[in-house]
Design a protein around this ligand. Structure first.
Ligand code: PHE
Length: 457
């Protein structure tokens, strides 16, 4: 296990560069699009509570683990697993981490394309038209439109990746994140002040045990992985770029606070507005992936300065999504570079081919290819489900097993303590050894059982 990587691998310029890059990866459509619709669907305040608990325990342990192992070994997920042995199980653990981003990136770009479309339409001043109920369905029904916007987003992602880690990733994230918070606060306050919105605030913030089901936990766990960019190799890769003097414990806390605040703000922008515009009809909460694209335009339309708000909002969401998709693409490229020995150009081309191929299937899954159903799901829901509810629990479990049985908890502890007191070490150890594996297995089984209809949740 060596760390003679500084000449070969890029490095973050320091703590701020790392935090911003990880925050750039973490904050994205997961926070703004996915979190509010899952919270609306799976129990409001109950979902929020479960999410917060998981994030502070599990999320914390996973971020620390992946970053520390990445820095320790100086490798992405596959190399990091291999550093501890050559058996099949290490290969499996590494590759499952590495494959997840390859499967998320395509559908992420489908969604990114939708964001660009909304940005363009706000620039054209279609504010009133977009607030219509049928606007969104009309748009995603068009194969040509959705595919073009998907391609624009995909090309933007690949273009940034070609510039390399430091320049590409850091520069973009530095400017946009604070602006996103400011705008989200303004819109959330407005949204909460709409008539009828208070019920929504209550639904989102106050846990009601009536709304609890095992699916609340499954969804919250998947969302936590997704939103924090964990259980998919990304933080191994970023950790491998990280200098030794950066305090992993502190940066982890900062990233969690940042990521969760934006998710909660997005919830406060969207869920109260759903109540306000539906007259409190609970069915509106089940809107699923379309929730943000249907609700937010209504908020902007009612605002008075909605066109300007729409332009700024979708521009910032675009950048948040772009920094996330860059990190997905970057991880994939570095997997090809490290594992197959390909050059950067060839690796980028291979990534683009996978991206455009699977992404097109996902994008057209709403129109030209909408007859394709896997396990009863359309392509986007299917990729989202397989990665979040099946593969990520497995890959998180692999990381736990790797640390507990092969690397040793002490290896992670020592690595973290190079630059931090590691105050939560006991908690961390307990979590990795007992709680995490048990949770993972229960969650994995129940999410699979749910899909096959063996249990009703
Ligand atoms: N965490 C990102 C978000 O919340 C999405 C993402 C997932 C990014 C996986 C990288 C890896 O949108």
């Amino acid at each position: 296990m060596s760390n003679k990587t500084d000449t070969k691998r890029s490095n973050f310029s320091g703590k701020l560069g790392y935090v911003l890059a990880v925050a750039g990866s973490a904050v994205g459509l997961g926070n703004i699009w996915r979190f509010p619709y899952l919270a609306a669907k799976y129990g409001g305040g109950m979902f929020l509570l479960v999410y917060l608990i998981l994030m502070l325990t599990f999320g914390y342990a996973m971020i620390v683990s992946e970053t520390a192992l990445g820095r320790r070994t100086g490798r992405g997920p596959i190399g990091a697993f291999r550093a501890f042995g050559n058996k099949l199980r290490y290969k499996f653990g590494g590759w499952i981490n590495a494959i997840i981003p390859m499967l998320i990136l395509p559908y992420y770009c489908t969604l990114g394309g939708w964001v660009i479309k909304y940005l363009v339409e706000y620039c054209k001043g279609s504010t009133a038209a977009m607030a219509e109920d049928t606007y969104f369905t009309g748009f995603i029904g068009s194969a040509a439109q959705t595919e073009i916007y998907f391609l624009i987003f995909a090309v933007a992602t690949v273009a940034v990746v070609i510039f390399g880690v430091q320049k590409g990733v850091e520069r973009v994230s530095k400017i946009m994140m604070p602006a996103l918070i400011v705008l989200a606060v303004i819109v959330a306050i407005y949204s909460m002040s709409l008539p009828g919105a208070f019920e929504g605030v209550k639904y989102f913030l106050v846990p009601n045990f009536k709304n609890f089901s095992i699916m609340t936990v499954v969804a919250a766990l998947g969302q936590m992985f997704y939103s924090l960019s964990i259980a998919m190799g990304i933080l191994y890769t970023y950790g491998s770029y990280l200098k030794r003097d950066v305090d992993i414990e502190k940066t982890t806390t900062q990233i969690e606070i940042f990521d969760t605040s934006i998710a909660i703000l997005a919830g406060l922008m969207i869920i109260p507005a759903v109540f306000a515009f539906s007259g409190g009809n609970p069915d509106a909460l089940n809107a699923g992936p379309s929730l943000m694209f249907v609700t937010i335009p209504k908020v902007f339309e009612s605002m008075g300065f909605g066109t300007a708000a729409g332009i700024v909002f979708f521009l910032l969401v675009f950048f948040a999504a772009l920094t996330s998709s860059i990190s997905l693409a970057e991880t994939t490229v570095s997997t090809f570079q490290d594992e197959l020995g390909w050059g950067r150009v060839k690796s980028t081309i291979a990534t683009t081919v996978i991206l455009v191929g699977l992404g097109t299937v996902t994008t057209l899954g709403f129109n030209a290819l909408d007859f394709i159903k896997i396990l009863g799901m359309g392509a986007l829901d299917f990729f989202d489900f397989v990665t979040n509810s099946v593969m990520m629990p497995i890959s998180a479990l692999c990381t736990c097993l790797l640390i507990v049985y092969s690397a040793g908890l002490k290896t992670v502890g020592d690595e973290v303590k190079l630059s931090s007191k590691f105050k939560r070490e006991k908690l961390y150890n307990f979590f990795m050894k007992y709680l995490a594996p048990i949770c993972m297995i229960i969650i994995l089984l129940s999410s699979v059982a749910n899909v096959f209809g063996w249990i009703k949740m």
